[in-house]
Design a protein around this ligand. Structure first.
Ligand code: GDP
Length: 191
C-alpha cells in the first residue's frame, strides 16, 4: 500500500481508485498563545521532554480510525497570522482549524479575519474549516460566549467546537470532526 501526499493545489486529493491512501494536510491557524501547539501536541501524543527539542513550526502525521475507517492527517502547527499572509499556508491545507481562545476576544476577532482571508485565497473550493474556541477550563476568564462562537461559525459556514487542551477535553473529537468533514466532501464529489 503506497501513500501519496495530497496535492496542495487540488481540493479533492482523495482519488477514486482506492489503491493509495491519501494524506490530508490540516493547517492550524490563529493568534499566538491561543493553544495551537498544545492541541497539535495532544493530537501527536508529544511528550513534555520532546517539546524541549522542538523549535518553530512542526507537523505531525497520524492515522486516525474514525467510524471504522482509517484516515491519515498531517497536522501542521503554524505560523502567526502575519507570517501566514506572506506564506503558502492558506494554499496548502486540505482542511483548516482556526483557533481562538475563549479568554481573548482579540483572538476571536482574528479568527474571523483569518476565515475571510481563507475564503478569498481559496474562493472556488469547498474546504473543511473548523472554528475552535480553546481554553474552556478558564471559566472565570471567559470573554467569548459559546453562543457567539456558534453564531460566528454559522455566518462563516464552518463547524464549531469548544476545547480545553489543558483538560484534554474535546481534542480527540476535534480531529475526528476534521476527518468526517474531509470525508463528507470526498463522498459528495468523487473524481
Ligand atoms: P500557540 O501560540 O497558539 O501555539 O499556543 P500554545 O499551545 O503555545 O499555548 C499558549 C499558552 O496557553 C501555553 O502556556 C499553554 O500551556 C496554554 N494553554 C493552551 N491551551 C490551554 C487550555 O486549554 N487551557 C489553559 N488553561 N491553558 C492553555
Amino acid at each position: 500500500r503506497t501513500r501519496q501526499s495530497a496535492a496542495p493545489w487540488s481540493s479533492d486529493s482523495s482519488g477514486s481508485s482506492g489503491s493509495w491512501e491519501p494524506l490530508y494536510r490540516v493547517v492550524l491557524l490563529g493568534d499566538s498563545g491561543v493553544g495551537k501547539t498544545s492541541l497539535v501536541n495532544l493530537f501527536a501524543g508529544v511528550q513534555e521532554r520532546d517539546l524541549l527539542e522542538q523549535h518553530g513550526e512542526a507537523s505531525y502525521e497520524r492515522t486516525l480510525s474514525v467510524d471504522g475507517e482509517e484516515t491519515t492527517l498531517l497536522v501542521m502547527d503554524t505560523w502567526e497570522p502575519e507570517h501566514c499572509r506572506r506564506s503558502q499556508c492558506l494554499q496548502v491545507g486540505n482542511a483548516y482549524v482556526i483557533v481562538y481562545s475563549i479568554t481573548d476576544r482579540g483572538s476571536f476577532e482574528s479568527a474571523s479575519e483569518l476565515r475571510i482571508q481563507l475564503r478569498r485565497a481559496r474562493q472556488a473550493e469547498d474546504i473543511p474549516i473548523i472554528l475552535v474556541g480553546n481554553k474552556t477550563d478558564l471559566v472565570r476568564c471567559r470573554e467569548v460566549s459559546v453562543e457567539e462562537g456558534r453564531a460566528c461559525a454559522v455566518v462563516f459556514d464552518c463547524k464549531f467546537i469548544e476545547t480545553s487542551a489543558a483538560l484534554q477535553h474535546n481534542v480527540a473529537e476535534l480531529f475526528e470532526g476534521v476527518v468526517r468533514q474531509i470525508r463528507l466532501r470526498r463522498r459528495a464529489r468523487p473524481l
